[in-house]
Design a protein around this ligand. Structure first.
Ligand code: HEC
Length: 319
């Protein structure tokens, strides 16, 4: 390594290897470690100084030793040093690709004519250029066959495919995002698919206590406007996911393994039962639920209108 690379390459390479290792092992989140943690920067600075110091010391030692040699030995040392490989392979490849004649052999390729003392060399094309040209020919044939003969996707089709894929990904994401609902984001689901999924959950888990038609048994009647623990999607969602009052028998379905989306679906289904007439309804328990947050739609019309007339002037003042 010492003989292959000069020090101005050796020092940065060593330094960046160390910095890379540090970056890999120090957990610094998105930011580089030396910005996140000043001690890492300090450490890297020390490493850099150390590497430079070693370089300086080694070359100084070399120098001192060189001075102790006799003239003849100095000569021999310099010769051997020059013989040491310095990218000789790369240099050879470079010269070969360049393909130019060495200046001593130029007489072989010089052309006859002489324009006021300006003469011309008949150089052959540089190999790097020729190979590049072959590559373009190969590329052209490949391109012709792929896109013109075998009708590969054009840019427009590629674009459309990507857009279609993106739409699929978004739909997929939304499906999962639906599963992230919680008490704060849950809304009443009215989609037929969601309701039938909710019905399925209800039939599997809830009929034992609430009956298939929601008329109630061990659990209260879910079809009347009366709610013990509060009606509306948020309260029902909370009751189903957290459970009822302790000891009453309504467990936390979150803990029983229902997913947030399933809880939202079954809650919406339960709310869709309100107003239906079950076969053997259990007597109403709890209070009639009036939704104060939503102005309309809350079943009972009189209070709904009340809230509306109350809020309108307030809003007008605010605006
Ligand atoms: C083991 C019997 C049992 C099962 C199974 C059961 N519940 Fe209940 N549920 C009850 C009882 C008892 C209550 C009353 C809780 C209270 O008074 O605190 C109740 C209350 C409720 C309430 C609140 C009613 C109100 O008036 O506030 C809802 C909503 C409800 N259950 C939905 C469900 C859903 C949805 C399922 C199925 C995922 C389910 N329950 C499964 C027994 C059950």
């Amino acid at each position: 390594m010492r003989t292959l690379f000069p020090s101005y390459i050796r020092v940065p390479i060593l330094f960046f290897i160390v910095a890379g290792i540090v970056e890999y092992f120090v957990d610094s989140g998105d930011k580089p470690a030396f910005i996140e943690n000043p001690y890492v920067g300090l450490f890297l600075l020390l490493v850099l100084i150390l590497i430079i110091a070693i370089e300086v010391i080694v070359s100084a030692l070399e120098n001192v030793m060189f001075q102790t040699l006799t003239e003849e030995e100095k000569q021999r040392y310099l010769e051997s040093k020059n013989k040491e490989p310095q990218f000789t392979k790369l240099k050879k490849i470079y010269l070969k690709l360049l393909g130019s004649k060495p200046i001593e052999e130029e007489s072989e390729i010089i052309l006859d004519h002489n324009y006021d003392g300006i003469r011309e060399l008949d150089n052959s094309l540089p190999p790097w250029w020729v190979y590049g040209f072959y590559v373009t020919i190969f590329f052209a044939v490949f391109y012709l066959f792929k896109y013109e003969v075998f009708n590969g996707d054009s840019q427009v089709t590629e674009y459309e495919n990507e857009m279609a894929q993106a739409e699929k990904d978004i739909a997929e994401y939304k499906k999962n995002a639906k599963n992230l609902v919680d008490i704060n984001t849950v809304t009443l689901l009215t989609d037929a698919g969601d309701l039938s999924a909710g019905k399925k959950v209800f039939m599997t888990n809830c009929v034992a206590c609430h009956k298939a038609d929601g008329g109630g048994g061990i659990g209260p009647n879910l079809t009347d406007p009366n709610w013990i623990l509060g009606g509306g999607i948020k309260n029902v969602f909370r009751t189903v996911s957290e459970g009822g009052r302790s000891g009453k028998g309504m467990v936390s379905w979150k803990k029983e393994g229902l997913k947030p989306l399933e809880i939202a679906q079954v809650s919406s289904y339960v709310l869709s039962l309100e107003g239906t007439t079950p076969a053997e309804p259990k007597a109403p328990e709890g209070d009639v639920w009036v939704d104060e947050s939503a102005p309309a739609e809350s079943g009972d019309e009189a209070p709904a209108e009340d809230t509306e007339t109350e809020t309108v002037p307030e809003q007008a003042v605010e605006n």
